[in-house]
Write a protein that binds this ligand. Structure first.
Ligand code: ADP
Ligand code: MG
Length: 566
């Protein structure tokens, strides 16, 4: 018909499809988890839109997911009565990858299948995982609010292109029809499909329906009777003792759109002025868009089990943007909108509660005696340490706690691993040492080889080596920890306090006198490039070094500002 169009996939989709079909072959049953997850998201979206437009429900307000199979046709169909897709939306969402950072992600692929397969987890597999077991996928969808003759049929063999055409569909929502590849007939079994649903999708809040089966003449046949396969009650609302780790992990994969297990989670019901349940997870690794400050945050908001919205950024501060999970409030109104959230005192309370909860979960790992927990904290720090550091300047109320969680490289160790806490540093301070010394530079090697460290090496004083971009911001906001002030070794007159050697100091003063003429000459030669030229005792090997004034930006910060065009 005239409405039929053939379109090419975005280059990244083609790459993803190739990678997926080859690398996930040993884990193919996840296609069902992904399609059920999308069906559930589609119902959530309908609910959200219907808050302002109840007519979208028509006469069908019981949201549900249905799974059916046809042995003769060798198909599996996943249906939902959620928001559906218009023709434009089908082209956009099923032909391109809209996530921010997609291009960067794909340019990071090496072409080495084993390595790249690992990267997929970071990206999330989603709809395209259908092609692991299907050699043709048909999506028939009708957007809520559109008439029956405005449905779309999207179809692809998962190679270079797909077709779209207008069709009729009697009901709202989406049918995804998988035409199985040869050899995938094991999935044409009610028992098999149900066991996959129970394993991966039990936590889905909507009922997932399948036809009941019965034995007839030694063969299993489907009946006309519906059966709800999943528990269909909200996982976070169940008692902790009734949820096992596997269920927590599967739920995480759904809310976080992640493919890997989370690093850790915390689940609690909070009572008091505000009543809410929080189930918060820390992913095992950084998402590819971690540095995209516009990327949405990963907390879903529910009110009394009813989904309200995704990406409720007000529920988590920016420096904890990697946290994923669910908050279910007992007090907020059901028709709460993003605008209302911006203003809400209740939300502010929930946010501080969630923030504290995440910080204490991290403290629990960091301070644990258990080697596995310590290992987790190290992994956490590698993935998210640089983001957590932002919190020092962002969250005044929790500054001290965040400072306690920070880890740095230092002259105590010899590698660039950030493993030294401020408390470790203080415990190792020399007799008479009053300050926490640090140096900032734009690379670890520059920090480690800074001439400013010479005097400290000589005296055996530990110095923190800061080379993350965010470190200047950290030391700009964190001036002390547990009563000890932080001091740059590259600034001012370097007051070593009681660590100072009187004899050395005298000698330097004497030298300053002796070399007065030379100092004047150097100063005149450098002109207004410098404020002052001094004799120093802080160097042992290098003949000279640059020092900034106590209240001026450090050399490193000045460089950063310049690079940023300020
Ligand atoms: P993600 O779920 O992480 O967004 P997917 O690849 O799983 O990525 O899905 C891509 C997009 O396709 C979804 O964001 C959604 O817009 C659309 N989509 C997929 N399945 C459905 C469905 N059953 N109903 C409506 N839209 C869907
Ligand atoms: Mg999805």
């Amino acid at each position: 018909t005239a409405s039929r169009e053939t379109l090419g996939f975005q280059a990244e989709v083609k790459q993803l499809l190739q990678l997926m079909i080859h690398s996930l072959y040993s884990n193919k049953e996840i296609f069902l988890r992904e399609l059920v997850s999308n069906a559930s998201d589609a119902c959530d979206k309908l609910r959200f839109e219907a808050l302002n437009n109840g007519a979208l429900y028509g006469d069908d307000s019981e949201l549900k997911i249905r799974i059916a199979f046809d042995k003769a046709a060798r198909t599996i169909t996943i249906s939902d009565n959620g928001i559906g897709l218009s023709r434009e939306e089908a082209v956009q969402h099923l032909g391109t990858i809209a996530k921010s950072g997609t291009r960067e992600f794909f340019s990071a692929l090496t072409g080495d299948q084993a390595k790249d397969a690992n990267l997929i987890g970071q990206f999330g597999v989603g709809f395209y995982s259908s092609f692991i077991i299907a050699d043709k996928v048909t999506v028939i969808s009708r957007r809520a609010g559109l008439p029956a003759d405005q449905a779309v049929c999207w179809e692809s063999a998962g190679e270079g292109d797909y077709t779209v055409e207008m069709v009729d569909k009697a009901t709202r929502g989406t049918d995804v029809i998988l035409h199985l590849r040869d050899g995938e007939d094991e999935f044409l079994s009610g028992w098999k499909l149900k066991s996959i649903i129970r394993k991966y999708s039990d936590h889905i809040t909507l009922p997932i329906l399948m036809k009941k089966e019965e034995w007839k003449d030694g063969e299993q046949v489907t009946t006309d009777e519906d059966e709800t396969v999943n528990q269909a009650n909200a996982l976070w609302a169940r008692a902790k003792s009734e949820i096992d780790d596997e269920q927590y992990k599967e739920f995480y994969k759904h809310v976080a759109h992640d493919f890997e297990d989370p690093l850790c989670w915390t689940h609690a019901k909070v009572e008091g002025k505000q009543e809410y349940t929080q189930l918060l997870y820390i992913p095992a690794r950084a998402p590819f868009d971690l540095w995209d400050r516009n990327a949405r945050h990963g907390i879903k908001l529910y009110v009394r089990r009813v989904f309200i919205m995704d990406d409720a950024e007000k529920l988590m501060p920016l420096y904890l943007r990697f946290v994923r999970g669910v908050v279910d409030s007992a007090d907020l109104p059901l028709n709460v909108s993003r605008e209302i959230l911006q203003e809400s005192k209740d939300i502010d309370n929930i946010r501080s509660g969630c923030t504290r909860k995440v910080l204490s979960m991290l403290e629990g790992l960091a301070n644990s005696e258990d080697a596995a927990d310590k290992e987790k904290y190290t992994k956490f720090w590698e993935a998210f340490g640089a983001v957590l550091k932002e919190g020092v300047g962002e969250d005044f109320a929790n500054k001290e706690r965040i400072a306690g969680l920070l880890r740095f490289a230092s002259t105590h160790g010899d590698g660039d691993q950030q493993v030294v806490s401020l408390a470790d540093y203080i415990a190792r301070m020399k007799e008479g040492q009053e300050k926490i010394y640090y140096v900032t530079a734009d690379t670890f090697n520059a920090a480690k080889n800074s001439p400013h460290l010479e005097i400290f090496k000589k005296k055996g004083i530990e110095v923190l080596l800061l080379s993350d971009r965010v470190d200047e911001w950290v030391v700009g906001h964190l001036t002390e920890f547990e009563g000890k002030s932080l001091q740059s070794v590259a600034k001012g007159g370097l007051d070593l306090g009681k660590l100072e050697d009187e004899a050395e100091k005298k000698e330097a003063e004497k030298a300053a006198d002796e070399y007065k003429e030379l100092l004047e000459k150097v100063k005149a030669a450098l002109g207004d490039k410098v404020k002052d030229v001094r004799v120093t005792y802080r160097l042992t090997d290098s003949p000279s070094c640059l020092v900034s004034d106590e209240h001026d930006p450090s050399g490193n910060l000045a460089r950063l500002l310049k690079a940023a065009g300020q």
